[in-house]
Design a binder for this molecule. Structure first.
Ligand code: NAI
Length: 263
């Protein structure tokens, strides 16, 4: 439909063709956007971000989202590439070393928890702050991060990622308030269904959780492709008055307690 025609933006987190960010980059390009892709240098070595860059004719720039200097260099490069301000950013970044090492929540390692919070939540504040300080986003622009329902309700096994997502949503409201008031920029999170990606598959019991959510949600789990379409809509002008929100994209799961099928 070309709803992003003339728009430009940065997409974080496309590791492989299962990544939500990968689908979002394809959908944004399909809708007419120009894109810069970014991921960590390590992810670019082991993942396939560069292949996506070639497919979409998008520059791929390495940046660690926890490093303010990397984010500054990335935003400067994007502004040079786009010849000025741009319109959207997707933060599709998350990782918990405690989950990776199967350390239970009640026995958590606090150094690792600090890393979880830095990668999965503080990076969001750092990104917003760099974008704000560099006045990188055009008025009416849209910045989106990905969350999960464990920010609001208990999902056993989600461990310190639940705390990270709660902080991510809080930063969305608090920074979004300033970005909206001062610059007319929208800031939202999308709370996505369980999705079979590298990050998703790392959660203990993911297969069962995926099946449970799929049964409970009246529309079933939302796919990564459907999430990409929702992200594109949030980047577009059709959502120009939507900000400071955590938007459930989960087939209705978040409003359910029980269904005949699950019983
Ligand atoms: P993914 O593993 O494909 O993407 C995660 C990305 O984060 C990877 O590209 C990885 O390289 C990047 N990353 C990790 N540390 C980084 C750092 N320091 N700097 C920059 N990038 C870094 O998995 P997925 O599922 O596409 O994850 C994207 C987002 O969606 C994450 O925020 C995740 O928590 C969220 N989400 C995922 C769900 C799922 O079930 N897969 C459900 C709800 C939300």
């Amino acid at each position: 439909m070309g709803i992003l025609t003339g728009k430009k933006g940065i997409i974080f987190g496309a590791l492989n063709d299962k990544s939500i960010a990968w689908k979002a980059a394809e959908a944004a390009a399909r809708e007419g956007a120009e894109i810069v892709l970014t991921n960590t240098a390590a992810a670019m070595r082991f993942g396939t971000t560069k292949i996506l860059g070639e497919q979409l004719q998008a520059p791929v720039i390495a940046a660690d989202a926890t490093s303010v200097s990397d984010l500054e260099a990335l935003v400067e490069s994007a502004m040079a590439h786009f010849s000025g301000q741009f319109d959207f950013v997707l933060h599709s970044v998350g990782m918990s070393p405690n989950i990776r090492k199967s350390i239970p929540y009640e026995n958590i390692n606090y150094d690792l928890m600090g890393k979880t919070l830095d990668i999965s939540a503080l990076s969001w504040h750092k990104l917003l702050q760099v974008l704000y300080q560099k006045d990188a986003i055009r008025k009416g622009g849209s910045v989106v991060a990905l969350s999960y329902i464990a920010a609001d309700r208990v999902v056993s096994g989600y461990s310190d990622m639940a705390d990270a997502k709660a902080l991510l949503q809080s930063i969305t409201r608090n920074f979004g308030h300033i970005f909206g008031k001062e610059r007319g920029v929208r800031v939202n999170t999308i709370s996505q269904s369980p999705t079979m990606t590298s990050a998703g598959s790392g959660i203990a019991g993911m297969d069962k959780m995926f099946d449970f959510a799929n049964k409970l949600a009246p529309l079933g789990n939302a796919s990564a492709e459907a999430c990409a379409d929702y992200i594109v809509m949030l980047f577009s002008d059709y959502t120009r008055s939507v900000t400071l929100q955590n938007l459930y994209h989960d087939g209705g799961f978040s409003s359910m307690i029980v269904s005949a099928e699950v019983l």
